[in-house]
Structures are given as structure tokens and as C-alpha cells.
Write a protein that binds this ligand. Structure first.
Ligand code: FE2
Length: 283
């Protein structure tokens, strides 16, 4: 039975290459406002091959009002924050950092990686928080790759790492403030995967290898496909297979006031965040 509840791709957003911080190359789809809600930013960091002592990162900086989620594919970062958390992010690891009312942190190449150089590749995604949670106590989930659920289809054509939400019967271990889907998936040629989802969530697919067909549309490497509402999304591998993220969550239908690393609802709240940061009470 054909169902109107099958999603299709309503628009495809290309990525722009931007230089972040001290010249860190990222691919960033530029979709404005509610289209990407509850996500504020999606950055594919690299892939970039650093020579010895070339790798760069972000020294101490603040955040308030949302979450930053870092997922490494290659390379090694080291982070430390004002709450005393400190750790390494190795390939496959995820750091889900809820800034809430305020965190000051640094995200730098691991000293060993900095010395040796090598391939750096990963994602940083910003997840917005609803107004009622923006000032929550900061929370930090640092999850090693081995702890994250990985599933494969019986025929080995589909591989998935479940960072948030559910896929192929596996459920994420990371706890999210609002229900988020964050799946890293690879399809070999010939594979077809149907993702069940909440009818009204915003669901999007970011391809970073090969291409994936959804209905009549194809999402290519470096493109973000935004889907229509519906209860399922069927993804079919392109001729050379596909590697992509499935991202989703409820739309947060609230005003956004944004200034650099602060994302609040009003200009007054932004002024408050800047004031708190300047007088040392943000974190
Ligand atoms: Fe940060």
C-alpha cells in the first residue's frame, strides 16, 4: 500500500567550505532557521591531512543555551572545561556536551597528534535547547567508541552506529534533553534501509561519501537532504555505496537570538550571557 506517510526529500542544501578558528577547514550546509531545527549547526571537520605541528583547534571559549556534539572519525582531540571535565576524543568517540547555563572549554588537537600530524576528520553538531532547558546545569557525556551501539544487517550491506535514537533494533546509550536521532550509517551497493521515525520530527540526511537515493532524489557527498514529514524514510545506496548521517528531532518553535557561542531566545538573554561571561559568572 502506498502511504502518504513515506517521507520524500523536499530540498537539498549544498555545503560551503568555511575556515573556522585559526583556519580549520569545515564543510557546512547552510540551511537557515527552522529548516534544520533543532540543529543550529552541522560542521564536517576536514578530512584534512596535517603535517607535524600543523593541527589547530579552539582554545578556551564559552557556550550557553545549547549542546555541542563532537564525533571523531579520524585523528585525536583533547578537551577540558570549566567544570573540571577533561578527556581525549579518539576515532569513533562521541562527546555530548550540554552547555546549559554555561561552560567554558577548549577543544585542541591531542599533544601526540599535534606532534605527529595525520588525518583529522569528524563532526561537530550544535543541538538547540528549548527555552525551559537553556539554563539547565551543564552536563557532559564522554562516550568511547566501544560503548556506542553498532549494528549490521544480516547480509552485511548495512552498517550503523547509533549515537542518538534507534536504528536496526539498537538503541542509543547517550541521554538527550529532547528526543534526538543521530545515526552514522554505511550502505553497500544494493542496500536499502527504511528508517522509522516520528511523523512530525525534522529528519535530514547528510551524505559524506558516495550518494544515497531517497524516493526520486539523490543526496550526494557533501549535501544535506531535508525530508518532508512522515513515519518512515527509505534510503537506497547509490552505485558506489553511501555513507551518511541521519539527524532528526522535534522542531523547536521558539525565537532564536544568537551571538557567537551563545544561543538564547531574546536579545536581553544574550546581553546577560555576555555580561556573565565578562564578570566571570557564566561558568
Ligand atoms: Fe566549543
Amino acid at each position: 500500500m502506498m502511504s502518504t506517510n513515506v517521507r520524500h526529500i523536499k530540498s537539498i542544501v549544498p555545503t560551503h567550505v568555511v575556515l573556522e578558528g585559526g583556519g580549520f577547514k569545515v564543510r557546512r550546509p547552510v540551511a537557515m532557521g527552522r529548516l534544520m531545527s533543532p540543529f543550529l549547526l552541522l560542521d564536517e571537520m576536514g578530512p584534512v591531512n596535517y603535517g607535524p605541528r600543523e593541527a589547530i583547534g579552539a582554545p578556551d571559549h564559552p557556550h550557553r543555551g545549547f549542546e555541542t556534539v563532537t564525533y571523531m572519525l579520524s585523528g585525536c582531540m583533547q578537551h577540558a572545561d570549566s567544570a573540571g571535565n577533561k578527556g581525549d576524543l579518539n576515532p569513533g568517540d562521541v562527546q555530548w556536551m550540554t552547555a546549559g547555563r554555561g561552560v567554558i572549554h577548549s577543544e585542541l588537537p591531542h599533544p601526540d597528534f599535534y606532534e605527529s600530524g595525520g588525518l583529522m576528520h569528524g563532526f561537530q553538531i550544535w543541538v538547540n535547547l528549548p527555552a525551559k532547558d537553556k539554563m539547565m546545569a551543564p552536563r557532559y557525556q564522554d562516550i568511547m567508541s566501544e560503548a556506542l551501539p553498532i549494528v549490521e544487517s544480516e547480509d552485511k550491506l548495512i552498517w550503523a552506529k547509533v549515537i542518538a535514537g534507534k536504528a536496526l533494533g539498537a538503541e542509543a546509550i547517550i541521554d538527550t534533553v529532547i528526543p534526538i536521532t543521530y545515526i552514522h550509517m554505511r550502505l553497500k551497493p544494493g542496500a536499502i534501509y527504511t528508517h522509522e521515525c516520528e511523523q512530525d520530527h525534522n529528519i535530514m540526511v547528510y551524505a559524506f561519501g558516495g550518494s544515497v537515493n531517497i524516493g526520486q532524489k539523490s543526496v550526494q557527498d557533501g549535501e544535506l537532504g531535508l525530508s518532508s514529514p512522515g513515519e518512515s524514510l527509505t534510503l537506497e545506496a547509490g552505485a558506489n555505496g553511501a555513507e551518511y548521517l541521519i539527524l532528526g528531532g522535534p522542531e523547536i518553535n521558539e525565537p532564536i537570538a544568537r551571538y557567537g557561542p551563545f544561543v538564547m531566545n531574546t536579545r536581553e538573554e544574550i546581553m546577560q550571557a555576555i555580561g556573565d561571561y565578562n564578570n566571570g559568572t557564566l561558568a
